[in-house]
Design a binder for this molecule. Structure first.
Ligand code: MN
Length: 239
């Protein structure tokens, strides 16, 4: 793996130019689906959405996606790249930046932007057009063991999502060999608590306000019934 220094051909090339020069290479890595760790020293990139911006309609509008992905998610990635420039975090993977800044009062901005970059990429993959329905068999079995039924899990997720005070996230996680539902505030995520995230629902107001205004419960139930990507959760369970 090349270091940043090897990529930079001129000592006078500043980071902004370096980022522009490396954007093409970073995009190729992203399209190839390689994990971020394989492109250390390049800028963190905004991964392409796994579907068209209108593919989740009518549950989530293209208008919401335009702001949520194109402004909010992009903003976190841009802030992350600005905040790590020239620091000891510049060449680290997203996960290592999150682990290295969690719970540190003087690194809150960097943690927030790194974690929100990670959370949103995970959220887009937690949804899919024509989602919902029955989980794959092995996941379903585990859901029934922990929550009684798929409906039982959906109720717990909806309760976590609607009872999260203010901004945050509802998650299905694997804790040991048991499935659990947890909620986190703001940019917080289960990765820093030693449990494995399987899927998430964004309950920041920007995720639903254009389409549902204050009706968070309607957004959450529609996501659970029509968009939730059980296959993604099953893949995470097995990986
Ligand atoms: Mn969001």
């Amino acid at each position: 793996m090349k270091s940043a220094a090897e990529f930079v051909t001129s000592p006078t090339l500043d980071r902004r130019n370096f980022l522009a020069a490396s954007a093409g290479a970073a995009l190729l890595f992203a399209l190839g689906g390689l994990p971020r760790t394989s492109q250390a020293a390049a800028a963190h990139i905004l991964p392409p959405l796994p579907y068209a911006d209108n593919a989740l309609e009518p549950v989530i509008s293209a208008n919401t996606m335009g702001f949520h992905y194109g402004k909010h998610h992009k903003g976190y990635v841009d802030n992350l790249n600005r905040l790590i420039a020239g620091t000891e975090f510049a060449d680290l993977s997203l996960e290592k930046i999150i682990a290295g800044t969690a719970g540190q009062a003087d690194k809150t901005a960097l943690f927030n932007n790194a974690a929100q970059t990670w959370n949103h990429t995970f959220y887009w993959r937690s949804l899919k057009p024509n989602g919902g329905g029955e989980p794959p068999a092995m996941l379903k079995q585990k859901i029934e063991a922990s929550f009684g039924s798929v409906d039982g899990l959906k109720k717990e997720l909806a309760t976590a999502a609607t009872s999260q005070f203010g901004s945050g996230w509802a998650w299905l996680v694997l804790d040991g060999d048991k499935l659990k539902v947890v909620k986190t505030g703001n940019a917080e995520l289960p990765l820093t608590k030693g449990v494995k995230p399987l899927l998430t629902i964004d309950v920041w107001e920007h995720a639903y306000y254009l389409d549902y205004q204050n009706r968070r419960v309607d957004y959450v139930n529609a996501v659970l019934d029509k968009l939730i990507n059980w296959g993604f959760a099953a893949d995470n369970l097995g990986s």
